[in-house]
Ligand binder design. Structure first.
Ligand code: GLN
Length: 198
């Protein structure tokens, strides 16, 4: 099994490390030929406008959309969540996404004065207690379509109840960054999704 990490911008290395620690072969993906060789793809946290522009100029926008339509498992964290959304609020007008998850996300949604915060989040399907979730200028999910499963919400504080983890078929997205905290449960969950799709 090969899992790629979209390596245009963002915290690519952290995802490669988390995948390697989850015992899979993980490799950076920058070109369509590299995309063709992977069984699943991670879209890292970073800046979704930059990822969007670079995906267009590296000729990856349509190939990734096509792999998604063909059922390739994809996991997006933070900016990666935005890149999987069908609708983006507070995005730039020329922002493209890979589509896939029928949801409306709002960029930089959590209190603009606070760049980052931490909260606990329970994720359905993932055992072992709540995640210590790190949010960095994170989006939240405002609306989901009928085929989307809400997997996790913020458990506490002013933003309690906000949707921050979703799954639709083979697509998984979190507004937070498990790749930054050394908790491998989301990556292992994704690896299992890829294994089942082989
Ligand atoms: N605010 C960023 C964006 O809109 C996402 C931040 C992140 O990935 N940590 O793309």
């Amino acid at each position: 099994m090969n899992i790629g990490v979209l390596a245009l911008q963002g915290d690519v290395r952290e995802h490669l490390t988390a995948l390697a620690e989850s015992d899979v072969l993980a490799r950076p993906v920058r070109r369509p030929e590299e995309l063709a060789e992977v069984d699943g793809l991670v879209i890292p946290g970073g800046e979704s406008t930059a990822i969007s522009k670079l995906a267009v100029s590296f000729g990856l926008l349509d190939p990734i959309r096509k792999r998604i339509a063909d059922g390739m498992p994809v996991y997006g964290s933070c900016a990666g969540m935005i890149m999987l959304a069908t609708t983006v609020l507070d995005g730039r007008s020329d922002q493209e996404t890979f589509q896939g998850i029928e949801m409306t996300v709002r960029r930089n949604a959590f209190g603009r004065q606070v760049d980052s915060f931490e909260a606990s989040v329970e994720i359905d399907d993932v055992d072992g207690g709540p995640f210590h979730a790190v949010f960095i200028r994170a989006p939240w999910v405002e609306q989901v379509g009928g085929d989307v499963r809400v997997l996790g919400r913020v458990a506490e504080g002013a933003d309690a109840g906000r949707i921050v983890a979703v799954r639709q078929g083979n697509l998984l997205a979190t507004a937070f960054h498990p790749e930054l905290t050394g908790d491998l449960r989301v990556h292992r969950y994704f690896v299992e999704m890829v294994r089942q799709a082989l």
